[in-house]
Design a protein around this ligand. Structure first.
Ligand SMILES: Nc1nc2c(c(=O)[nH]1)N=C([C@H](O)[C@@H](O)CO)CN2
Length: 119
């Protein structure tokens, strides 16, 4: 299976379990690996035959702006289901990272993998 990846997509979202995290959006970083339903675009050279990664970023940003979760796990699950459904992807791996949220820890985050990674 061929994969489109997007690494280091930064966007603001309301996320977190503590009161101070419920009042202002914070920046998260999202990494995506998305299975492409068919390798057609490799031969056709046509955007219509694959997943347009620019559209994925637009959708990702819209979802992050609209949806408010307590846990990174719930946000990652939502993004996985939303993107798989919207783009017909058979498999996805979503990582969501908070930057500098814990003292002397650079990055913390969650990765979920959903669907079936075919051959
Ligand atoms: N497994 C998780 N642990 C924690 C999360 C989370 O989303 N998943 N979130 C928090 C707080 O919101 C954190 O961002 C601030 O300490 C704590 N643990």
């Amino acid at each position: 299976m061929d994969i489109i990846y997007l690494h280091g997509v930064k966007a603001k979202t309301l996320i977190g379990v503590y009161d101070w995290e419920r009042v202002a959006p914070q920046v998260v970083e999202v990494d995506l690996e998305i299975g492409i339903p068919s390798p057609r675009a490799c031969h056709s050279d046509q955007l219509v035959d694959t997943i347009d990664y620019a559209k994925v970023v637009d959708r990702l940003r819209a979802e992050l702006a609209e949806q408010h979760f307590l846990l990174l796990e719930a946000l990652a699950e939502h993004l996985a289901q939303d993107i798989m459904g919207a783009f017909g992807a058979p498999w996805i791996k979503v990582s969501v990272t908070k930057l500098g949220i814990l003292h002397e820890v650079g990055r913390v985050g969650v990765t979920v993998e959903r669907g079936h990674r075919g051959g």
